[in-house]
Design a binder for this molecule. Structure first.
Ligand code: TYM
Length: 375
């Protein structure tokens, strides 16, 4: 993939070099300003590194959520996963952030596992396979520390009777021409896929059905999911709900040159199920901002801005802002070389993944406690 390729960002495809400011304009979202972050800080205390580092960079109605919250109306969180394979660390970014918001605001999370979506969209996946992957991926969510008391996982196919009435209310109010304009559907798109966005809208509103409470939802996710919310936001007032709000993150890059971390390029992806050997191999083959030889690197320095290894420190594996600055400075001056950074990153990712895998195994015993239809 070349950087020059035209940018394409849809819920099913991300290509080319992503220009996030352009996306804000194209999608019509709002930048996450310093002012809004300060407002958020009043409620959360310390800002999460993903906020400080502007990895979450855009939103819709986060200000409205805070207005309501300050007047005593709580909100619920909603996010999800399309189970088409194992989870990679890119997926974990919005989920870790969701956990942070949940802890700070003590609020409920609805998490949608879209085994139905992946069945209609992916030619090669059977329904029992996506259902199994949904179960498997939910272990990753639970391993991040979410508690059953305030976390409700929706397994679409299994839980469809709970979702279907709201999905119909949504679908009836969205024309084919709107869906086509928003999602780029073609004549050859199967009709399961065309109906499907109505289902992704449902968890924005499900809390009211379950509890009678009318509260808004806030959706942390990467910006690729935004098209869904345009539709959900359009019809929400017609159904008597608040418009769902969003907070959008950038994409964790793959370990290759350019592009987001995507399971379609497994060699450039760290999966939560990878072994230490696989992690080491992938990190050591990563695209960096270094020079071809150690001698040149020491003389001329490297470029952290294009380095995937540096991005990993930035996104997940270096909490200390000063350390990040040091890394960047010493890379540019040639005081450190790529091998130094790769060794540290390999160690950190391996430690993280091995601990995650242990918690993931334990989650098998309790996954049923999280199901939205648990009773
Ligand atoms: P899916 O499975 O494609 O992605 C799951 C979540 O991970 C985010 N994401 C990334 N974040 C950072 N870096 C990356 N490289 C990266 N790749 C993916 C996605 O934005 C998403 O938040 N249709 C959805 C499932 C879904 C959903 C939702 C997602 C249903 N309801 C509500 C978010 C919010 C899907 O296929 O996600």
């Amino acid at each position: 993939m070349s950087d020059e390729e035209d940018m394409v960002v849809t819920p099913w495809e991300v290509r080319g070099k992503v220009d996030y400011n352009k996306l804000i304009r194209q999608f019509g979202t709002q930048p996450l300003t310093d002012e809004l972050m300060k407002r958020l800080q009043k409620h959360v205390g310390e800002l999460h590194p993903q906020l400080r580092r502007k990895l979450f960079f855009s939103h819709r109605d986060l200000d409205v959520i805070l207005d309501l919250y300050e007047k005593g109306t709580r909100f619920v969180l909603y996010t999800g996963r399309g189970p088409s394979g194992p989870v990679h660390i890119g997926h974990l970014v919005p989920w870790i952030f969701t956990k942070y918001l949940q802890d700070k605001f003590k609020t409920r999370l609805y998490f949608q596992m879209t085994d139905d979506e992946k069945f209609v969209v992916e030619q090669n996946l059977k329904l029992d396979e996506t259902a199994k992957l949904a179960y498997d991926n939910s272990l990753d969510l639970i391993a991040l520390g979410f508690k059953p008391e305030n976390t409700y996982i929706i397994f679409d196919v299994k839980d469809i009777s709970l979702l279907y009435d709201i999905a119909l209310e949504v679908a009836k109010r969205v024309t084919y021409s709107t869906a086509k304009a928003v999602f780029g559907f073609q004549d050859h798109t199967n009709i399961g896929w065309i109906f499907w966005p109505a289902i992704q809208a449902v968890p924005c509103f499900i809390h009211t059905k379950l509890t009678g409470e009318i509260v808004p939802s806030l959706i942390p996710a990467a910006i690729d999911q935004d098209p869904y919310w345009r539709i959900a936001r359009d019809i929400a007032p017609k159904l008597g709900y608040y418009k769902p709000a969003q907070i959008h993150c950038r994409f964790v890059p793959g370990l290759g040159r350019g592009g987001k971390m995507s399971a379609s390029e497994p060699e450039t992806c760290i999966f939560t199920t990878d072994t230490p050997e696989m992690i080491k191999k992938k990190v050591w083959n990563a695209f960096t901002g270094g020079k071809p030889t150690v001698k040149e690197q020491k003389e001329l320095g490297g470029n952290p801005n294009i380095c995937t290894i540096y991005q990993y420190f930035l996104y997940l594996f270096e909490e200390n802002d000063e350390e990040l600055v040091r890394l960047s400075r010493e890379c540019k001056s040639g005081d450190i070389v790529c091998g130094d950074c790769k060794a540290v990153l390999t160690e950190r990712i391996t430690k993280f993944i091995l601990e995650h895998q242990k918690r993931r195994e334990k989650a098998r015993d309790i996954v049923g406690e999280y199901s939205i239809s648990r009773n």
